[in-house]
Write a protein that binds this ligand. Structure first.
Ligand code: ADP
Ligand code: MG
Length: 358
């Protein structure tokens, strides 16, 4: 009896073990079958501090880890080439030059060519040769201060992107003596474009490159099929969102007075300057977010639209097009049709008038 009981228990235990083993085998089969796609759904991630910014890179697909390693190395190289304050950078060498042709790397040459082309299109609102003026405000190097009218008047003649000469035959750049360049308005965008190219080449299926929230680039489909959701900052409340943009791919660049500024005698002075006056841009906008195919162009555009304002931005858009934008003013949000269609305002911004402009 005891034996029978034992036998029954033994048989029960054995049956239980068999069931467990079967369940385990089935689970393993299931995991194996899902394995590659499961792995693909877990993104590879990197966080790094470059270009004065915390960056977060996320990539999906079989080659994502290797791709991100290469992208990080490339961005670190671009940082050391393009920094305006690093004494070993190519831009530093160019700015210290005596007006003679200076040979530069392929990447610096390419970015300067993009900057020169975009600057010609953007007119007076965008000048990479603004450095002599932005330097005296101290936004990049400190100390931050309000320069005198005389000081600004003496520096403004040095601001003129048309005087930059690029010689593609020898890969050299000539900047007249005394003139200086700052690529701060579009260097992150260029780095995002180059990193995305590299990731695509190395077989990465999809990625979200966040270069400090003001420059974001997405490509490929998210494994769960949903759109990339990009937050638009509330320019009046740091850390709060004004809304989100749902995009399938492309770049989202934001320029806002809130990014870097100081206050003096009750006035706020921010780091985006009007090249015509040498003073902080005064278009009535608090921030501009541009959606574009190229992050470098989108970055330049968001800075330029912050300076030129909505009306001129719409003229520019009608002339060449190729971009959409959201511009936040104190009492309303302006959005071009394509941007308005993918923008969901949040919190108090759900009550702010959203004006579709074209
Ligand atoms: P962030 O770097 O904070 O993302 P932006 O992309 O708008 O902001 O770029 C601001 C930087 O661009 C400034 O720090 C300065 O170096 C440069 N800059 C400021 N005003 C202009 C301008 N009108 N044209 C070109 N570059 C500018
Ligand atoms: Mg910019």
């Amino acid at each position: 009896m005891k034996l029978t009981v034992y036998g029954t228990e033994y048989r029960r235990a054995a049956a239980g073990r068999r069931a467990k083993a079967l369940a385990l085998a089935l689970l393993m089969l299931f995991v194996c079958a899902l394995g590659p796609s499961c792995a693909a759904e877990r993104p590879a991630e990197r966080e790094l501090f470059l270009m004065d910014t915390y960056m977060k890179l996320r990539a999906y697909g079989g080659k994502a880890e290797e791709g991100l390693d290469e992208a990080c190395a490339l961005m670190s190289r671009l940082d050391s080439l393009l920094s305006v304050t690093n004494e070993n950078s190519e831009i530093f060498a160019l700015n210290a030059g005596s007006g003679q042709p200076t040979p530069v790397s392929e990447e610096t040459f390419e970015l300067l060519s993009i900057a020169a082309r975009v600057s010609a299109k953007l007119g007076d609102s965008f000048e990479i040769t603004l450095r002599p003026v932005s330097k005296v405000w101290g936004f990049t190097d400190g100390p931050m201060r309000v320069p005198s009218d005389e000081e600004l008047a003496s520096l403004l003649p040095l601001v003129d992107d048309d005087k930059l000469t690029l010689d593609p035959d020898v890969g050299a750049v000539t900047l007249p003596a005394g003139m200086q360049i700052d690529l701060g308005a579009l260097a992150k965008g260029y780095a995002a474009d180059k990193a995305a190219d590299l990731l695509k080449e190395s077989g990465t299926e999809a990625a979200l490159l966040d270069l400090g929230s003001s420059t974001i680039l997405a490509f490929g489909s998210k494994p769960d099929g949903t759109k990339w959701k990009i937050a638009v900052q509330d320019p009046k409340n740091p850390g709060v969102y004004a809304g989100t943009l749902g995009i399938s791919s492309g770049s989202v660049s934001t320029s806002g007075g809130y990014e870097r500024y100081f206050e003096q005698d009750g006035r706020v002075y921010w780091h985006i300057l009007d090249p015509l006056t040498g003073r902080p841009a005064d278009s009535g906008l608090l921030s501009v977010t541009v959606l574009s195919g190229s992050a470098a162009e989108g970055d330049a555009l968001s800075t330029a639209i912050f300076v030129m304002g909505v009306d001129k931005a719409l003229e520019l858009r009608r002339d060449g097009g190729g971009f959409e934008f959201i511009a936040i003013a104190a009492d309303r949000i302006y959005a071009t049709p394509g941007a308005g269609a993918v923008f969901t305002p949040m919190g108090e911004y759900a009550e702010v008038p959203l004006e579709i402009v074209n």
